[in-house]
Design a protein around this ligand. Structure first.
Ligand code: NDP
Ligand code: BG6
Length: 484
């Protein structure tokens, strides 16, 4: 398979927070990879902006170090790195002050795509939007890219939407959820909508339940201050897991077009039932395996913030009535493994006298690592002795099926930045979608805050709290094992 890299239009991309962690680890190394792939035209430029008083040369040197640290050695070519660095500039700007904006205005060109990436604390998003306009810098076609978290509840998300809307049209606003940029997450749409095979079965009549798991081995460590005000529900469920659920549950859009896709996702979010206390399990990791506990990593030793959450969710519409979606995500679990497992119902009638060995068909979509799909099907156990059944996987590991190209797919951030330049909003969240997600999330959080619930401790390197097992056991189901 030959990959086709189509260069994007010439652009000036300003990264506010261009010296920060996200820019160094993800955005700038990702842009370098797109550059060496031939996707950036020669006259495109990247302008770092932050308060520190740096020269272009010092900024370039720090980006060279980031490339050294975050791009694999086989992709690092000194000549290409030098060519890439030559396209970088730096402007010292305080989002909340007036210095530096005139210099930025002088740098920006009118005849290329203008994009402004807000990779700074969310409290500064409004200041940046205001000054980009009041200093006459951003034009009417300019795009702004807004990082997560987009609010911490419905009220703050609404306020942020309203602030941005004072200065930019919705078609100019790109709200990042990096899960949507993952190759395998987009594959969910390809699997569902480019095959006739699954769609007739894609409903509660044939699907018993769906499990969505995003398990991490990392703890909160250096991010304790941020994370403790957030927790797994706000940090992962309201955005990333919600997006996965939408892609599995939505109706086929009429076209792979930004608003057609986002309209369908929005309908799913609006059809989510409230979740009661019995359908929620929250956990906090304990110390173990030479690592500190969650409470060792946050400032408040009595914190009730969850580092793990499992939920049973129902979607009230014709397609999904009666099919629960079990979601779980957590830190410091036994393996880094994200997958979606769709478990089908029993055949209506078994023709075999001895159905011993029978198990449900399961479609497992592995998101990371080792991306691919497994369809668990029943076959006859080989050998004489009558019809005994055995379950085997129809295994498609993308790296095996697609060859080396599958290993060289763009990282989520680099793909999403290129989509911004192309002006394609399909993989970005619309304002109403984010608000609907918070409208569902808020009462769930308010519920456990009012009840004063404490998260249950769980051992690091386990599958999470014991109660999470019960969440499924009492329905006669069980979680799939978390393993890489
Ligand atoms: P950092 O704290 O590492 O970096 C913040 C950046 O903003 C620095 O470049 C800083 O430089 C600049 N900055 C701070 N204050 C101002 C100001 N008043 N005016 C202009 N620039 C300013 O943050 P991260 O890179 O980790 O995060 C950036 C955004 O990305 C946040 O919204 C975060 O939630 C989000 N995000 C980050 C992820 C990550 O993995 N890091 C993951 C997902 C989202 P200086 O101090 O010189 O001004
Ligand atoms: C981020 C969360 O959005 O996603 C982190 O803030 C989490 O807490 C990360 O670790 C997970 O992303 P990935 O791409 O490693 O699955």
């Amino acid at each position: 398979m030959v990959s086709r890299v189509i260069p994007v239009e010439a652009f000036d991309l300003v990264i506010f927070g261009g010296t920060g962690d996200l820019a160094r680890r993800k955005i700038l190394p990702g842009l370098y990879r797109r550059f060496i792939a031939g996707q950036m035209t020669d006259d495109s430029r990247i302008i770092g902006a932050a308060r520190a008083d740096l020269t272009d040369d010092i900024f370039r040197k720090s980006v060279a170090e980031a490339i050294e640290e975050f791009v694999p050695a086989n992709r690092r070519d000194p000549k290409l790195i030098a060519d890439f660095l030559a396209r970088l500039h730096y402007v010292a700007i305080d989002a909340q002050g007036d210095g530096g904006w005139a210099q930025l205005k002088g740098l920006m060109r009118r005849n290329v795509v203008q994009a402004y990436y807000f990779s700074v604390a969310p409290a500064l998003f409004g200041d940046l939007a205001l000054r980009l306009k009041s200093h006459g810098i951003a034009d009417d076609q300019a795009r702004i890219v807004v990082e997560k978290p987009f609010g911490r509840d419905l009220a703050s998300a609404r306020a942020l939407n309203a602030t941005l809307a004072q200065h930019f049209h919705e078609s100019q606003i790109y709200r990042i959820d990096h899960y949507l940029g993952k190759e395998t997450v987009q594959n969910l749409m390809a699997v569902r909508f480019a095959n006739i095979l699954f769609e007739p079965l894609w409903k509660s009549e044939y699907i018993d339940h769906v499990q969505i798991t995003v398990a991490e081995t990392v703890g909160v460590e250096g991010r304790g201050a941020y994370y403790d005000k957030s927790g797994a529900m706000r940090d992962m469920v309201q955005n990333h897991l919600m997006q996965l659920l939408c892609l599995i549950a939505m109706e086929p859009p009429y076209h792979f077009d930004p608003d057609a896709v986002r309209d369908e996702k929005l309908k799913v979010i609006r059809a989510l039932d409230p979740v009661g206390p019995l359908d929620i399990v929250r956990g906090q990791y304990l110390a173990g395996a030479g690592q500190g506990s969650y409470l060792d990593h946050c400032e408040d030793p009595t914190s009730r913030t969850e580092s793990y959450i499992a939920l049973k969710v129902h979607i009230s519409n014709w397609r999904w009535k009666g099919t629960p979606f079990y979601l779980r995500t957590g830190k410091r679990l036994r393996a880094r493994a994200s997958e979606i497992a769709i478990t089908f119902r029993e055949p209506p009638h078994s023709i075999f006298d001895d159905a011993k060995g029978w198990r449900e068909n399961v479609l497992v979509i592995r998101l990371q690592p080792d991306e691919g799909m497994n369809l668990m099907v029943m076959i006859k156990e080989p050998g004489p002795g009558g019809m005994r059944l055995a379950q085997v996987p129809l295994d498609m590991t993308f790296a095996d099926a697609l060859g080396p190209e599958a290993e060289d797919v763009p990282d989520a951030y680099e793909r999403l930045v290129m989509d911004v330049i192309r002006g394609n909003q399909t993989l970005f969240m619309r304002g109403d979608e984010v608000e609907a997600a918070w409208a569902w999330t808020d009462p769930i959080i308010a519920g456990w805050e009012q009840r004063g619930d404490r998260p249950q401790g769980y051992d690091p390197a386990s599958s999470g709290p014991e109660d999470a097992l019960m969440l499924m056991h009492r329905d006669g189901r069980r979680w799939r094992e978390i393993r890489e």
